[in-house]
Design a protein around this ligand. Structure first.
Ligand code: ATP
Ligand code: MG
Length: 396
C-alpha cells in the first residue's frame, strides 16, 4: 500500500534501537502520510527506550522535548526526533497535561494521540500497529477521535481546531460523534493561547479548503474573538484567493468585519497576535476593500502612495476573488508594469535639488508633494528640467 519509504537515516535510527532491544516505530503524521502516498513533513519515531538510554545510544543526541522526553538524534547530519512511549493525564487548563509518564507499551502511547489516522505506528520491517482503526478511517476519509471525543476535547481544546485542520488538509469529513463533541465543547477554545489558535487557523487557511476557517467560526470555536457568529453560507469564496498567508488572512478577517463579527479586521488579527507587519498590511488592505477600489490610473497611484504596493495588490486580489471588482485589479497591475511614478523615490527631482533652488524647511516637503501630485496626473512630465522649472517658477 505504502509507496513512500523513509530515508536511510531514519531507518538507521529504527534499526539501531531495535538492535539494542528497544522496540521502535515510525509514528503519527509520517505513517498517515506514507499510507496516503504523500511525502511526510517530518519523521517521528517512538520507542520503548527512555531519554537517558537514547542519550547513551546516540552520540550528540540532545533532549529537546522537555518533560515529554523527546530526544533529537543526529545521524549523518540529519536530525530525527525520537520520543519514548508515554501516557499523559491530569490535563490542566484544557491544554497541558499535569502528568507525563513513560511506559513500555506502544498501544498506550497510541491511545493518547488525537485522531485514529494519527495514531498508527510502523516498524522498520513494515508492520503496521493500528489499534484504533486509523487505516480504515484513512480509506473512508474520516477524522475521528481516539476514544471518547468529549473527554479528548476536554483534555485539550486545541484538538478541535486540529480536527478541522486535518479535515481541511486531507479533504476528509469529520466523524459524526467527533463533530457533535466539537459543537458541545467549542466554548473551551476560549482558554487556548491566541498564538496556538492563530497557528491552526493559518494552517487551515493555507489548505485547499480555507472555508474550513469559516466553519470554525460557525461552530463557535472563535467565539471569544467575535461579537457574533457568521451567517452561512457566504457568497464569497476564500478558496478563490491565491494560496498565500497575506491574502487568505485579509480575506478571512475582512469577511468577519464585513459581516459584523468583529469591529475591525486589524483588531481581530491583533487579538490573534499576528506579526505587526502582517497586521499593518491586512488593516490597510481591509480599509481599501471597504470602499470601491480605484477606477483610474491616477487614483491607483494615489492609493499606492498612501498604502504601498503590497496592501494595494492584496486588496485587488481579494476583491477579484470575491467578485467585487471587474477591472480595477487589471488597472493596478498595468500601473505597476508601466513603471510610472507614484512615490517620492521615483520623482525626477529630490529634496536636495529643491534646496539648491533656495527652498528651505517645510517648503521643501510641500513642494515635493505638489510635484508628485502633478506627476501622478501627468506621468510623461516626470522630467527633471521640467519639474525644476515648475518648482522655480512657483518659488516666491
Ligand atoms: P503535520 O504533518 O502537520 O506535522 P502531524 O500529524 O505530524 O501533522 P504534529 O502536530 O506534528 O502533527 O503532531 C505529531 C503527532 O503527535 C500527531 O500525529 C499526533 O499523533 C500527536 N499529537 C500532536 N498534537 C496532539 C494533541 N494536541 N493531542 C493528541 N495528540 C497529538
Ligand atoms: Mg508533524
Amino acid at each position: 500500500m505504502a509507496t513512500i519509504t523513509p530515508p536511510k537515516y531514519v531507518r538507521q535510527v529504527l534499526v539501531t534501537l531495535q538492535g539494542r532491544g528497544y522496540p521502535a516505530f515510525l509514528v503519527g503524521g509520517c505513517v498517515r502520510d506514507m499510507l496516503l502516498g504523500v511525502q511526510p513533513n517530518d519523521w517521528d519515531i517512538t520507542t520503548a527506550a527512555l531519554p537517558e538510554q537514547l542519550l547513551e545510544l546516540f552520540p550528540g543526541a540532545r533532549v529537546t522535548g522537555g518533560r515529554h522526553g523527546t530526544v533529537t538524534v543526529r545521524v549523518n547530519s540529519h536530525s530525527v526526533e525520537v520520543t519514548p512511549f508515554r501516557v499523559e493525564g491530569g490535563y490542566r487548563d484544557h491544554r497541558h497535561p499535569e502528568l507525563v509518564q513513560f511506559v513500555a507499551d506502544l498501544t498506550a502511547d497510541l491511545s493518547r494521540r488525537d485522531f485514529t489516522v494519527n495514531a498508527m505506528a510502523l516498524s522498520a520491517d513494515g508492520l503496521l500497529s493500528d489499534p484504533f482503526g486509523g487505516a480504515a478511517d484513512l480509506r473512508r476519509g474520516v477524522i475521528r477521535c481516539v476514544g471518547e471525543p468529549e473527554r479528548r476535547f476536554e483534555e485539550d481544546a486545541l484538538r478541535m481546531l486540529r480536527a478541522l485542520r486535518f479535515s481541511a488538509r486531507l479533504g476528509f469529513s469529520i466523524d459524526l460523534f467527533t463533530m457533535e463533541a466539537i459543537r458541545e465543547k467549542a466554548p473551551l477554545c476560549a482558554v487556548l493561547p491566541p498564538e496556538r489558535v492563530r497557528e491552526e487557523l493559518e494552517k487551515i487557511l493555507l489548505t485547499a479548503a480555507p472555508e474550513t476557517a469559516l466553519e470554525a467560526v460557525s461552530l463557535g470555536l472563535l467565539d471569544s474573538y467575535l461579537h457574533r457568529r457568521l451567517p452561512q453560507p457566504l457568497p464569497e469564496r476564500l478558496s478563490a484567493l491565491p494560496r498565500r498567508a497575506l491574502e487568505r488572512w485579509v480575506g478571512f478577517a475582512w469577511l468577519l468585519e464585513h459581516y459584523g463579527c468583529v469591529s475591525s479586521a486589524g483588531g481581530f488579527l491583533q487579538a490573534l497576535r499576528l506579526d505587526g507587519r502582517s497586521i499593518h498590511l491586512c488593516s490597510q488592505a481591509s480599509l481599501l476593500l471597504n470602499a470601491p477600489l480605484p477606477e483610474t490610473e491616477a487614483d491607483w497611484k494615489r492609493c499606492l502612495r498612501r498604502c504601498g504596493i503590497e496592501a494595494s495588490l492584496c486588496a485587488a486580489r481579494v476583491a477579484e476573488a470575491f467578485g467585487r471588482d471587474g477591472r480595477s485589479g487589471k488597472l493596478l497591475r498595468s500601473v505597476l508594469k508601466s513603471g510610472e511614478c507614484f512615490s517620492l523615490r521615483q520623482l525626477a527631482v529630490t529634496g536636495d535639488d529643491l534646496m539648491a533652488l533656495g527652498l528651505r524647511g517645510r517648503a521643501v516637503g510641500e513642494m515635493l508633494e505638489f510635484l508628485l501630485d502633478y506627476v501622478i496626473d501627468y506621468p510623461e512630465n516626470n522630467r527633471r528640467e521640467l519639474l525644476l522649472s515648475l518648482a522655480g517658477g512657483t518659488e516666491e
